[in-house]
Design a protein around this ligand. Structure first.
Ligand code: AMP
Length: 420
């Protein structure tokens, strides 16, 4: 089903389609197919749609149409409000609005209001109102208490990633916000999961919603998982080699520490690869600039820690590299889930050395996976597992002694007869 069959206004369709195409969206995803026609009719929607399903455009496209057809409101008025759990998501949602509005006859004024940064610029920006406000709940309440905006004319409220909003403890703030918005409004709730708390939130905030559930199995993107054996000291060279040889246009590379992300980004830069570090010590402004330059392709490789990368979403990310293996099997899943979005296929490559082999096996066991070990010509590993590393819990498994097989394998790698 093409975008032209979603009930969008024929006057706006060419402009919207052009922008969708520029984003590389050829066909609507299932959640877009089902949500857009209902939202343009003004109905409330409760959609079970995980990140990666294309849920953002599923509400942005109809909201843009509503923006164009609405008369402008009073000063400080905000007709469209999107509540999100994190600042990264706020920026992505705002970017989607801006990108998809690129060819409309009028562009909406989109304001982002999130915590962790000074409130004053946000108050200034909200002077004269905004067509769309994308906010985290706490900062929105702060702004309301400063009288920086009015929600009296709110027409559409979106609760994006509602389950994460509740997980992050925003339940109380949401309840307060629901008391401050007009009863007559359209409410759209997007959530990856449907715990009872979400059902209660929906019952309190939505009117006769259309329920949309997307079969998450049908939506599973195809992610190829590979593991390459390489000595720790040669990982950067191997990465630079793979970037060139495989022609990866961009890659998200995971490392285990803030310091590590700086070091690897530096080494890559020295090897002639445009790379930038993303970690929790960077200032807000710096993080945004780094993410932006990665999105625009100015930076080819983003070297990130798990925490810094949480919640970021990059269009068409073909490759994720585990330069350092993740600490936990759950982190492994989160990391590789950054590739293969919206039905595209993706690739996750893990570097594994003699010292981290046991840890990767643990991840495989927990995830019921078996990933074949590969070697890249010219980068065959020489190192043997250090006995301490196998048993120290840092990359290895605590209390596990090398088995006979391990000793044989290590000896074979070193070209020496096995120790008895
Ligand atoms: P979301 O679920 O909104 O976080 O979107 C996941 C990713 O899919 C984002 O990178 C979007 O840019 C991308 N995307 C959204 N809609 C489409 C579409 N119709 N075709 C291809 N990619 C899409």
């Amino acid at each position: 089903m093409p975008f032209s069959h979603l009930g969008l206004s024929p006057y706006l369709l060419p402009a919207l389609q052009r922008a969708l195409q520029e984003q590389g969206y050829v066909q609507p995803t299932p959640v877009q197919q089902r949500a857009v026609p209902v939202i343009v009719q003004g109905r409330d929607v409760i959609a079970m749609a995980p990140t990666g399903s294309g849920k953002t455009a599923a509400f942005v496209v109809p909201l843009l149409q509503q923006f164009i057809t609405r008369e402008s409101g009073a000063a400080r008025a905000v007709p469209q409000l999107v509540l999100v759990p994190t600042r990264e998501l706020a920026l992505q949602v705002a970017e989607t609005f801006t990108a998809l509005a690129a060819h409309l006859p009028r562009r909406p004024k989109v304001v982002v209001a999130v915590g962790g940064v000074s409130i004053n610029p946000q108050m200034m920006e909200l002077r004269g109102g905004a067509d769309v406000l994308v906010a985290t709940p706490g900062r929105l309440l702060d702004l309301l208490s400063h009288n920086a905006l009015s929600l009296k004319q709110l027409a559409t409220l979106v609760l994006d990633e509602a389950d994460r909003l509740l997980d992050l403890g925003f339940g109380e703030e949401l309840a307060q916000i629901l008391l401050k918005v007009p009863a007559k409004r359209q409410t759209l709730l997007f959530s990856a999961t449907f715990p009872p708390a979400i059902a209660r939130l929906a019952a309190a905030g939505l009117r006769d919603p259309q329920r949309i559930e997307i079969d998450s199995h049908a939506e599973q993107p195809e992610i190829t998982q590979r593991a390459i054996r390489v000595d720790s000291g040669r990982r950067t060279q191997l990465l630079a080699h793979l970037l060139r040889q495989q022609g990866w246009p961009r890659a998200l590379v995971f490392v285990g520490s803030r310091h590590g992300s700086e070091v690897v980004a530096d080494k890559l830069a020295k090897a002639g690869v445009s790379a930038a570090a993303l970690h929790g010590d960077l200032s807000n402004g710096r993080r945004l600039r780094v993410l932006q330059s990665f999105r625009t392709g100015e930076v080819q490789v983003l070297v990130a820690t798990d925490v810094a990368a949480r919640g970021i979403d990059i269009v068409q990310l073909p490759v994720v590299v585990n330069y350092d293996l993740p600490r936990s099997p759950a982190d492994y899943t989160h990391r590789i889930g950054r590739t293969g979005r919206a039905g595209e296929s993706g690739l996750a490559v893990s570097f594994v050395s003699a010292d981290t082999e046991a840890h990767l096996r643990l991840i495989e066991k927990r995830q019921q996976l078996q990933i074949e070990r590969e070697q890249v010509p010219g980068f065959e590993p020489q190192d043997v597992a250090a006995p301490a590393a196998v048993a120290d819990g840092n990359g290895g498994i605590k209390g596990r002694r090398p088995s006979k097989k391990d000793r044989l394998r290590a000896a074979a790698a070193a070209g020496t007869p096995p120790a008895k």
